[in-house]
Design a protein around this ligand. Structure first.
Ligand code: BES
Ligand code: ZN
Length: 692
């Protein structure tokens, strides 16, 4: 149907995925036992829809097929027909539209006949109602500081509360209204007492559940309005189970924008333009809450310069992180949003996608003529299939909240760059910081990954890592981690500390005691060089069990165990039938520590498949601590003499260099080379320290 002509009309019920199954003509207000219809309203009121005239025949046939009367035609203009029907029949109409008109199978809902007729006569909206927004990115301090204050734990807590406290948040239910009241209260709790410029209000509707609005009045341009919204209600398409946790759809969106509001208040954000955070009621029944609010903004000529819709943010259903919904949205603002991602959230991948129908509240703003964007948790094809059911739980989405956090970062950047303004960070609470690994009291060898969590109301600016009081490393980007090469620390007890600084430079420290116990002659895996390594000088270096197997065949966990992943292994055959190099040991012949010019014996333990074709090529380098592939010098090619386990051995003289290595390449056929591609090749390196 002609969506443009209807663009300024009321609301849309889309190709409702929930109704794609055989239609159930069920009154929306009969969904959940806990709910109550608004007082003094008919149980099944008449409503009006405008619909493409070509669809009317299908709708009539479907209703009559269910033993129902065809809807009354109340008007027709151009390609659009207005119909009157009982509200309980809308799901059936949705199903018809979904099945017959796969693309844009929506229809517009109207509460009165006058609205329906007006919609048919409405002019086509050609230009946005608002003044052109300034899409230049020039507020990095604001964006980076607000983003640094975001904590996924808070997002998870809000999703958990909304999805487990209320059996449903259906728009006519008592629990749906209770959820709105809780949210308003939660938001109010974020607002410092001296913020007269901030108001939390309920926007009442003709049904029980209100929408919730937080307004921060702009300091310089209060008439320009930036909006971030999501929907508060939930629904289920089940006829037997009324539970509608709606953890992803759309507790996730509400939780995401709630965290942005919390940070804005915690950091004393005073926007130059007015910012509104909106939790819409009644999205699931035709975008009705957002429709009422968008129309109110239009009717009062409010200058809404940008709207962001967050509906479903915590289920990573596609390889890309963010699907930019390109229909029923504003192309120029979408480009702005993708620029925000590229500039402020490097590493987050996005791609355009479409619902092909008015799938969420962005459509209400779009049809009211305001620029709106909807960054979505997946591409449409990768969408969460559990929504609108009892299985839409947090456990079935990202339990770490990391996915939703990306959308909180997008929303923060959107607000900061569009509404601009200032921060006043009066944070007197020190950060919360904890070392999450290694465990206190742990005995450590080789390279150790030190991980932390660090959060603060005003944001974390950096985390320092200290060993025995000396700063070894500083990380400025979460997650805050440090790869500690314990080989450079003497064996014995040591204090490991992580010290986090917040945006007002308040530090907090988490400290643990650990014991370093490196055997100089048994290699530990070095995640920096990606190979087994003896960190301190000894008379020998042994790979232990680290090299046993080839590629993903056998127990070789860190395969291929070649320096900087510079050479990969063949993937064919099976462990301990086909070829593998399982172990390397290097030792001085005279038993004194490794040093330049000393004769060393290299022993490789291989698994031989075939004595005729299997050969072992050995190489050494005096400079293993390099980037990319080291320069290898050939030592010898050795041949096994029997199938199965074989120890092959030769000697060479150590060159100069503090960090040296040997490479064993065990191959089936072929000729000597430090790195070959045949499907049974195994390449393994062993790195060791040598006296200068
Ligand atoms: N969150 C969904 C919309 C959605 C679902 C977008 C999957 C992208 C992928 C929304 O709450 C919803 O369910 N919308 C209805 C249509 C609405 C007009 C009643 C739908 O998609 O069926
Ligand atoms: Zn939904």
């Amino acid at each position: 149907m002609n969506m443009k002509r209807l663009a300024s009309a009321v609301m849309v019920l889309g190709c409702v995925s929930a109704f794609a199954k055989p239609p159930v003509a069920k009154a929306p207000d009969a969904k959940a036992p806990a709910e109550k219809a608004p007082a003094a309203k008919s149980k099944d009121p008449e409503v009006w829809i405008t619909i493409g005239s070509d669809a009317v025949g299908f709708v009539n046939a479907a209703l009559m097929g269910e033993g129902l009367a065809a809807p009354a035609r109340v008007g027709e203009k151009g390609q659009v027909t207005a119909l009157r029907l009982p509200e309980s029949q809308l799901p059936l109409v949705s199903a018809v539209m979904h099945n017959q008109f796969h693309r844009c199978g929506g229809f517009f809902y109207h509460g009165t006949e006058a609205e329906a007729l007006a919609a048919m006569n409405a002019p086509v909206v050609e230009t946005p109602r608002s003044l052109a927004a300034n899409y230049t990115l020039d507020n990095p301090y604001l964006v980076n500081t607000m983003q640094a204050g975001l904590d996924p734990a808070n997002i998870l807590a809000t999703i958990t509360h909304l999805s487990t406290t209320y059996p449903t948040r259906y728009f006519t239910s008592e629990t749906g209204a209770a959820a709105a009241a809780w949210l308003a209260d939660e938001w109010q709790g974020y607002v410092p007492l001296d913020r007269d410029d901030v108001a939390i209000t309920l926007f009442g509707h003709s049904w029980l559940q209100p929408s919730v609005i937080a307004t921060i009045t702009g300091t310089t341009f209060p008439d320009e309005i930036v909006i971030v919204g999501g929907h508060l209600d939930s629904t289920t398409s089940s006829t037997t189970n009324p539970a509608a946790p709606g953890a992803d759809d759309d507790a996730s969106g509400i939780a995401t924008l709630t965290e942005v509001l919390r940070v804005a208040m915690a950091q004393g954000y005073r926007p130059a333009k007015t910012v509104k955070f909106i939790a819409y009621a009644a999205e699931e029944v035709g975008l009705r809450g957002s429709q009422a609010i968008a129309q109110e903004h239009k009717a009062n000529n409010r200058n809404v310069i940008g709207v962001l819709q967050l509906d479903m943010t915590n289920y990573k259903g596609s390889t890309v992180d963010v699907g930019i919904i390109s229909d029923f949205t504003n192309a120029a603002q979408n480009t702005f949003v993708t620029n925000l991602i590229g500039t402020y959230i490097p590493g987050v991948q996005w791609a355009n996608t479409q619902c092909n129908y008015a799938c969420s509240d962005h459509a209400s703003w779009n049809s009211a003529g305001f620029p709106v964007s909807m960054p979505f948790e997946a591409l449409f094809d990768g969408r969460n299939q559990r929504i609108h059911s009892a299985a839409d739980t947090l456990a079935n989405t990202d339990v770490t909240g990391a996915h939703a956090l990306k959308f909180a970062k997008i929303a923060s950047a959107f607000v900061a760059e569009l509404a601009e303004g200032t921060l006043t960070i009066t944070d007197t609470t020190e950060p919360a910081v904890a070392i999450t690994a290694p465990a206190a009291g742990a005995t450590l060898t080789g390279s150790v990954s030190v991980t932390t969590t660090a959060t603060d109301a005003s944001g974390i600016s950096r985390v320092e890592f200290l060993v025995d009081g000396a700063v070894k490393f500083t990380d400025t980007v979460a997650p805050y981690t440090f790869t500690w090469d314990t080989g450079a620390t003497p064996n014995g007890a040591h204090t490991l500390e992580a010290r986090a600084y917040d945006r007002v430079n308040l530090p907090a420290t988490s400290a643990i005691q650990v014991t370093v116990s490196n055997s100089a002659s048994v290699a530990g895996y070095d995640p920096a060089l990606r190979a087994p390594r003896c960190f301190s000088v000894s008379e020998s270096c042994d790979s232990g069990a680290l090299l046993n197997g080839r590629a993903n065949l056998g127990p070789e966990v860190n395969f291929p165990n070649t320096i900087n992943n510079s050479c990969s292994d063949g993937l064919s055959g099976s462990y301990h039938s086909d070829e593998s190099n399982d172990h390397i040991k290097v030792a001085t012949v005279d038993g004194t520590p490794f040093g330049p010019g000393k004769l060393v014996r290299i022993e490789a333990t291989v698994w031989c498949f075939n004595v005729t074709n299997d050969k072992l090529d050995l190489y050494y380098t005096g400079n293993a601590a390099t980037s990319g592939s080291p320069a290898w010098t050939f030592i010898a090619t050795l041949r096994p003499t029997a199938k199965g386990r074989q120890v092959l051995s030769t000697t060479y003289t150590l060159p100069a260099g503090a960090v040296q290595a040997v490479r064993a390449r065990f191959r089936y056929g072929g000729s000597p080379t430090a790195c070959g591609t045949s499907s049974y090749n195994d390449h393994d390196d062993l790195v060791f320290a040598v006296q200068p």
